[in-house]
Design a protein around this ligand. Structure first.
Ligand SMILES: [Zn+2]
Length: 180
């Protein structure tokens, strides 16, 4: 089965090559749908493997971005009411090394690729960044508050570490999830 690989995630998909000789119009575009838990791609018969990979990759990114915005809004709304905080903004962003960022002004950016991480890990990054709206450093009080919201946060944090990622406090009071 062909696969896409992004960061630490590998996604299987089913590939159909299609040529409609019976119709005047030929299929010139790739079609990608998510059906019953997997991606199904349909591409023109004569496309090279590279053309297939490049096109589907772009479509996959578009799909995730759209789904990610929905997921981000739902999860943030839930946790910001628990923490009683209001970020100035929260957005998905393409970040090559950083996975989540909370600026001193209260803008939160989450790397859209993180939506491919397990949902509980995604939630942990949101809670982590929202908690910085109350406590900016990684003090004992900070972790107590994270634990109050997510009692098993250590397991979620461990997942990031095992997968080569960690949230680190950096200059100018921003907290970023970085590659180790
Ligand atoms: Zn942090």
């Amino acid at each position: 089965m062909p696969t896409f690989t992004y960061g630490t995630t590998t996604i299987d998909y089913i590939l159909y090559r299609q040529e409609r000789r019976d119709m005047k119009i030929s299929i010139t575009l790739a079609n990608l749908v998510f059906y019953q838990g997997r991606f199904i791609a349909t591409v023109p018969q004569n496309w090279s493997q590279k053309q297939v990979q490049d096109t589907l990759e772009k479509q996959l990114i578009r799909w995730y971005r759209k789904q990610g915005v929905k997921k981000l809004q739902q999860r943030t709304t839930y946790y910001q009411s628990l923490l009683n905080v209001q970020p100035k903004s929260i957005n998905l962003r393409t970040q090559h090394k950083r996975r989540g960022t909370c600026t001193p002004d209260g803008d939160i950016y989450i790397n859209w690729r993180l939506i491919m991480a397990p949902s509980n890990v995604f939630d942990y990054v949101i809670v982590h960044e929202l908690t910085h709206l109350i406590i900016q450093d990684h003090s004992v009080e900070f972790w107590k508050l994270v634990k109050f919201i997510l009692p098993d946060y250590e397991y979620r944090k461990e997942w990031l570490r095992v997968n080569g990622l960690s949230l680190q406090h950096q200059k100018e009071q921003t907290c970023s999830l970085s590659f180790l």
